[in-house]
Design a protein around this ligand. Sequence first.
Ligand code: ATP
Ligand code: MG
Length: 143
Amino acid sequence: MRTLIIIKPWAVSKGLVGEILSRFERRGIRLAGLKVVKVDREKADKLYAIHKGKEFYDSIIKHITSSPIVVGVLDICIDDPGGAVRLVRKIIGATDPAKADMGTIRGDFGLRIDRNVIHASDSTKSAEYEIPIFFDDNELIEY
Ligand code: ATP
Ligand code: MG
């Protein structure tokens, strides 16, 4: 099962990319695709479409478009697709870094909820929506 992750601008600027990716690699989760991207407003609006109208919308759009991000597609080779999404969400931790458990990515790095280090698809449906925003099929490798 494939899911999208985004290492957000604050984390990229702090040099945390390798540390964050290694959390997934060490679990045996494979990278099917990876790239550095400067997100334009159009892609940002598409990614965060479900949050349009919320009070924090402008703040997350401003952050995600502020400087380069790293987008990755993770391949989680277990039988249960829902379980795969839940595993990735468990590795990243709760949305608010102040509430995220230590040992999770958000619990170990970052401070502010609107710059919370990493995004991950929250369902198989959202993964199917989010991956094509950043990757063409031929950029994803199965191995
Ligand atoms: P993500 O979608 O980035 O993986 P999430 O699924 O844990 O995060 P969502 O509810 O989808 O959380 O919120 C999307 C993003 O919006 C969060 O990652 C966070 O950066 C920001 N956000 C969420 N709630 C707030 C809030 N109350 N104030 C400011 N920013 C927020
Ligand atoms: Mg979300």
